[in-house]
Design a binder for this molecule. Structure first.
Ligand code: ATP
Length: 233
């Protein structure tokens, strides 16, 4: 579904991604875990096209994605739920969801909205309220639901657990797990390595702009170095 080869990216003269190789197969949940500042957000921004690559390639569904401008990438089937959620706080929950479906005018938009409300019932209760009044967890749900309204084949999720209470984190991770059954492929970037690895099929560890370890999630969870450095075990 998604293959990244030799991806480098920089802010000004400072290179922060030093040649990333990774792939996500159709139907997988893949996570990239790593400390604050490792480059995870920059990687997702390169994938959705809002951060330029200095070299490397991105192949999505058999086509070179790095040549496609950011504004066309959702239509190709790649949606991004960004760091900090970036919802429209002055608009209602429903308006945020409709913006996620801006590509579509067909009747399926209403069905997609019903599906989103089924996934996150609290959003249905609050559909006519402004999104800025939602709790952090509810805003995260809205950001994910809005991205799903774009009908992606692959969803990029940047730190969905950030700043949320453990019970809400658990709820969010359960929903991500459930995306598999809906046929949505997921690339999940997280500092919460344990939570992310528990729901992912495979994982990559990123350290200062490089992938330093990779493998099936169970292998990474039982790796002594990862247990000590990332899982606090
Ligand atoms: P976080 O969990 O804090 O989001 P991250 O792993 O996602 O961390 P990035 O946000 O991608 O890491 O940052 C990678 C590096 O790039 C860091 O050293 C960061 O300071 C730097 N960086 C990020 N954004 C910018 C920017 N707009 N200008 C300059 N440097 C930046």
């Amino acid at each position: 579904m998604l293959t990244v080869e030799g991806l480098r990216s920089r802010y000004g003269r400072i290179e922060v991604l030093h040649g990333i190789d990774l792939h996500v197969d159709s139907g997988e949940i893949v996570t990239v875990v790593g400390a604050n500042g490792a480059g995870k957000t920059t990687l997702l921004r390169c994938l959705s096209g809002v951060q330029p690559l200095s070299s490397g390639t991105i192949t999505f569904r058999g086509e070179p994605l790095h040549l496609v401008p950011a504004y066309r990438r959702l239509a190709r089937g790649l949606a991004h739920s960004p760091e900090g959620r970036q919802i429209f706080t002055n608009l209602t929950v429903e308006e945020n969801l409709r913006l996620g479906a801006f590509l579509y005018t067909d009747e399926r938009v209403e069905k997609d909205m019903d599906d989103a409300f089924q996934m996150f019932p609290i959003l249905k209760e609050k559909r006519n309220l402004v999104a800025g009044g939602l709790s952090g967890g509810q805003q995260q749900m809205l950001a994910m639901a809005r991205a799903l309204m774009g009908r992606p084949f692959c969803l990029l999720l940047d730190e969905p657990s950030m700043g949320l209470a453990p019970i809400v984190v658990q709820q969010i991770f359960e929903v991500i797990s459930g995306l598999k059954a809906l046929g949505v492929t997921v690339l999940l970037v997280e500092q919460n390595a344990f939570g992310a690895l528990k729901i992912a099929d495979r994982g990559y560890v990123m350290e200062t702009g490089r992938i330093t370890m990779q493998g099936p999630s169970e292998e990474l969870i039982s790796n002594p170095r990862i247990r000590e450095a990332y899982l606090g075990l």
